[in-house]
Design a protein around this ligand. Sequence first.
Ligand code: ADP
Ligand code: MG
Length: 246
Amino acid sequence: MSAEEKILELVDVYKTFDDLTVLKGCNLRVKKKETVVLIGPSGSGKSTLLRCINLLEPPSKGSVVFEGHEVSGDLRGADKLRRDIGMVFQNFELFQHLSAVENIMLAPMKVLGMSKADAHDLGLELLRKVHIPERADHFPDELSGGQQQRVAIARALAMRPKIMLYDEPTSALDPEMIREVLDVMTELSNEGMTTVCVTHEMGFARRAADRIVFMEDGCILEDAATEEFFGGRANERAQKFLSQIL
Ligand code: ADP
Ligand code: MG
C-alpha cells in the first residue's frame, strides 16, 4: 500500500484500563475510499479500537497514524483530528433540545464559524442525502430510531469528514428500520467515503465492505478481503463466530 493510498494506520496499539488489557497489539491499515467491517464477540475490544482511532481513548502503547502523521503522540491535536473523523454511535446521541436540522447546523457554526443561513442550507442538503428532508424541523423524540440515526449520520457528515466510523449503528433499531440506515451507509461507501464499521449485519458487510477484520480478546485474528472471508477462507475462529451470528 503506497503512502498516497493509506489514510489511517494503527501500529501495535495496546489499550489498558487499570490492570485490564483490552487491546493487545492491534495493527490495521485503511486505504482511502475503503470500507472495512470490524466484527467479533462482545467484549473483544471493537469499540475501544474505534475509539482509539479518533483518540477518544488514547492508546496506552503504539501509534495512530492519520494521513501520514502520527496523531497519538500529542493529544493537543485530537480536536482537529476529530473534525476529520465522523463517528456514529449505537444510541444516536442527538441533542434532544434541537431539531433535526439544528443538530446538523451546530458543529459547522460553532467549530467552522459558518453563518446560520449557510449551516441551514448545508443541514437541508445533508437531510436530503439521508432521505429525510421533510423531517428538518422535527425534534429527536418525534423521529423514529431509523430517522434519528440518519440525522446522526448527516450530523457527522456536516464536518466533511475524511473517514466515517460507525459503532454498531443499527443495534438499537427495530428490524424494519435497519435497512434504511444500512442503505444510507452503503450509498456513502459507494460514493467513496472511507469507512470503518463495527456491525453484525453480514448482508451489509458483503455488499459494502472491501475487507472484514475479525477481533477476539483484544487481538485482530483475521483481516481478509470480503470475498475471501465469506468464501470459506477465513480462519477457524472467525468461521465459528460467523456461523454463530448468521
Ligand atoms: P466490544 O465493543 O467488542 O464489545 P469493548 O471495546 O467495548 O468491546 O470492551 C472491551 C473490554 O474493555 C471489555 O471487557 C470492557 O468491559 C472493557 N472496557 C471498555 N471500556 C472500558 C473503560 N472505559 N474502563 C474499563 N474497562 C473498559
Ligand atoms: Mg462495542
